[in-house]
Design a protein around this ligand. Structure first.
Ligand code: SF4
Length: 306
């Protein structure tokens, strides 16, 4: 159904839509986050490093056009040709005045070969005028908005210092989908105190929301985070590779076939990652997931509710 995979990959979805490979360019719009600037807190989410939540983003000191060219050059050895999505990943990319956001997104779309926008944010940073800007771009271009839910369980949400409740998240998903804006939800497996059934309860909840995509992450203990200090003081069990693979396959079975899978494991920072170190071998994790789905003779959506 999805090329050589048993789940609905983003790569497959974008090739189907654009007829060729589409590459994400990680851009930095110079944002901060209410969980860091003192509005809600100063330390951020417990797992969030000093550089925010993005991987490989360009420097915010460069103008956007220079960031776009830099990212294209950086990725050219792997993908010399392709179309591009401007990906605002780091920190909270709707945390600013609507006019500023509008100008920033427009500038990104003006880059050569850019066919759409991907914007990562928080559900409590989507006021009406920002939703209007996003709705405008959803009509004009290919757009998705990413929200970091991580878990539906309130004790874990407090532990990670997420700073918004489930009601806020659900309301924002409703506001976005009502405006035909694609929504991608981030979840983390391996949070302290959660069990396999807790992760899967979160997945069932998200599966019922009608979102467009999901990003599934393993909890990383990174040395530049508060979580590392918690872990140092009182180490707690981290997920093992086989256990993680098995949980991911359970999650895929619960997600409807139309949900686009953006990620099944994170890119840990090799220098900063305390654990689980096995996650650095991403290919082994991904091939383990393929193998486990074959062993089960299973696929995404096998156990999803119609
Ligand atoms: S909301 Fe995102 S950017 Fe802000 S502190 Fe949490 S993980 Fe970091």
């Amino acid at each position: 159904m999805w090329g050589d995979k048993r789940y609905h990959t983003l790569d497959w979805e974008l090739k189907k839509t654009f007829g060729q490979k589409v590459i994400k360019l990680s851009l930095d719009g110079g944002f901060t986050c209410p969980n860091r600037d003192g509005t809600l807190g100063t330390r951020g989410c417990i797992f969030c490093g000093e550089e925010g939540s993005g991987d490989f983003a360009s420097s915010p000191t460069l103008p956007l056009s220079a960031q776009i060219e830099q990212q294209k050059r950086f990725l050219a050895t792997k993908w010399p040709k392709g179309k591009y999505l401007a990906y605002f990943q780091n920190f909270t990319n709707t945390y600013g005045p609507a006019q500023y956001l509008d100008a920033l997104y427009r500038e990104a779309l003006a880059g050569e070969g850019i066919v759409g926008l991907a914007i990562a944010t928080r559900p409590d940073c989507l006021p009406g005028d920002v939703l209007d800007v996003l709705a405008h771009y959803a009509e004009e271009t290919y757009l998705w908005v990413e929200l970091g839910l991580q878990t539906i369980h309130s004790s874990s949400a407090q532990f990670i210092r997420r700073g918004f409740d489930l009601e806020c998240f659900t309301r924002s998903v409703g506001e976005l989908t009502r405006r035909s804006i694609r929504v991608v939800v981030h979840l983390i497996f391996g949070l302290l105190g959660e069990t396999r059934e807790d992760y899967l309860e979160t997945v069932r909840f998200v599966a019922g929301l009608g979102v467009w995509g999901v990003k599934l992450h393993l909890l990383h203990i990174q040395r530049d985070t508060d979580l590392y200090h918690v872990y140092q003081e009182k180490p707690f069990p981290l997920l093992g590779r086989d256990e993680y693979i098995s949980i991911i396959c359970d999650a895929l079975e619960l997600l409807p076939p139309e949900v686009v899978i953006h990620r099944l494991t994170g890119d840990g920072n090799r220098k900063l990652l305390e654990g689980p170190r096995w996650s650095l071998d991403k290919l082994r994790v991904l091939s383990g997931i393929d193998q486990e789905l074959r062993n089960r003779d299973s696929m995404q959506g096998k156990s999803s509710q119609p």
